[in-house]
Design a protein around this ligand. Structure first.
Ligand SMILES: *Cc1c(COP(=O)(O)O)cnc(C)c1O
Length: 434
């Protein structure tokens, strides 16, 4: 394999996430992956501290997931979902209804997290028309959120950290409440609660729903807030007749220590988005669930009578098979001890970072460990420092963090933590000349 030529072609022709064209840095070439290790061209191995953007919770090439996909491949890779159905989709829908908070009964399969959010927003906006009113066209959300890169989803991302300035006048305008105060263990902050109450009261006539990531805000800044904030938002929705949409695309399937983060708050949303870890990182699949009340509102003529969405690859059978295997592994229960074990390992392993002069905060919840610096990271330096220690990290903004696979062993986890601390330390040193 002539990797020099391939990488030159990669830079010249292939977009990478949030990247320029032509590319300015070489991506690392991965030839295979197994367990928690990525194998690079040339034979070098890296421990993946990212779970491939938070998806590969059981590690790579998990035999049960791979076998399920292979098995399904022997029957059919795909079939359209309009007018046709298949066993995998039906059984997976039943399982998601059973796994997710009580009350969510209906499942719409989407092909990515962003689309699951689009569908959730569309559900909420359609449902708001059930009584014939057309004025409830906005959502309330909190600052610091991330919900995806499509236009509907972008519009509810953090208005400063997101892409709002790039698309002023194009993105739908929604109502932004302050970011929930930091601290998983914090009691409900009365000032924050009052600010949310005021905004909701002021805008209730034009609001259809509230949308938030419960307990952990992911790509918007890796911040953790109290379940009491989520419970308060449920209460606000109930008082004003708004739907509560919880985006658990990042937090779902055990990542925060509860199967779903809504569980920390004992809250059932009206609409729930799941994705990322749904297939254990094997294939792209997401889902939007809702209550019978929401479905009944959509069924009214004023709301359109049906949910107006239907992706070409909806409920892809290979992805459903992977999701059935991945969710079965979760139901088997290993995550219940693995996630607290990883949480303890992250707390111990990242603690030394708090002594670095350029570290603003160290925080851990479940299998999420974050070191926040006092300024933006230099991606190249941080990545190089981690790779030098045999670990794959993908920092962003001022954050060096890990969301490791649940199957990461203690020794590997310690190496991930060492790499994060070393990467943070590398940022404290004077930049290399040039
Ligand atoms: C990643 C993410 C999305 C978007 O999912 P994609 O599959 O990347 O489209 C939406 N919401 C949250 C909370 C996410 O973490």
């Amino acid at each position: 394999m002539d990797w020099d030529a391939l990488l030159a072609a990669d830079r010249r022709h292939v977009w990478h996430p949030y990247g320029p064209m032509p590319g300015t840095v070489d991506a690392l070439p991965v030839v295979s992956a197994e367990g928690v290790r990525l194998r690079l061209a040339g034979g070098r191995e890296l421990i993946d501290g990212m779970s491939s953007w938070w998806c590969a919770v059981h590690g790579y090439r998990h035999p049960a997931i791979d076998a399920a996909i292979r098995d399904q491949l022997g029957r059919m890779a795909h079939v359209m979902f309009g007018g046709l159905t298949h066993e995998g989709a039906i059984v997976l829908a039943q399982r998601l209804v059973n796994m997710t908070p009580e009350g969510l009964e209906h499942v719409f399969f989407a092909d990515s997290g962003s689309i699951a959010v689009e569908v959730a927003i569309k559900m909420a906006l359609q449902a708001a028309r059930a009584d014939g009113s057309t004025s409830r066209t906005k959502l309330l959300t909190v600052r610091g959120g991330y919900h995806g890169d499509t236009f509907g989803a972008m519009a509810v991302c953090d208005p400063v950290g997101g892409m709002h300035s790039l698309f002023t006048g194009i993105l739908a305008e929604h109502v932004f409440a302050p970011r929930p105060p930091d601290g998983f263990d914090a009691p409900l902050n009365p000032a924050w609660a009052a600010a949310v109450d005021d905004l909701a009261a002021q805008h209730a006539h034009e609001l259809a729903a509230v949308i938030v990531e419960p307990v952990v805000q992911g790509a918007g800044g890796m911040r953790m807030h109290s379940p009491a904030c989520v419970a308060h938002l449920r209460d606000v929705c109930d008082r004003h007749g708004l739907l509560l949409v919880l985006d658990e695309i990042a937090t779902g399937f055990g990542r925060t220590g509860a199967l779903f983060a809504a569980g920390h708050a004992g809250v059932t949303p009206d609409i729930l988005c799941v994705g990322k870890a749904l297939t254990g990182g094997a294939l792209t699949l997401a889902a939007t669930l809702c209550t019978p009340e929401v479905a009944a509102r959509l069924a009214t003529p004023a709301a359109g009578g049906a949910l107006m969405h239907g992706p070409t690859y909806m409920a892809n059978p290979l992805a459903c098979a992977a999701a059935l295997a991945s969710t079965q592994l979760l139901l088997d229960g290993g995550w219940r001890s693995d996630v607290p074990r990883i949480e303890a390992g992250l707390r111990a392993g990242l603690a030394p970072a708090a002594d670095l002069p350029n570290v603003a905060d160290v925080r851990v919840l479940g299998a999420v460990g974050v070191v926040q610096l006092d300024g933006p990271v230099d991606m190249a330096r941080v990545t190089a420092a981690a790779v030098e220690r045999g670990v794959w990290l993908r920092p962003f903004r001022d954050l060096v963090y890990a969301m490791p696979p649940y199957v990461t062993g203690d020794a590997d986890l310690a190496r991930v933590c060492d790499a994060i601390v070393a990467a943070a330390a590398a940022m404290a040193e004077a930049p290399a000349p040039g």
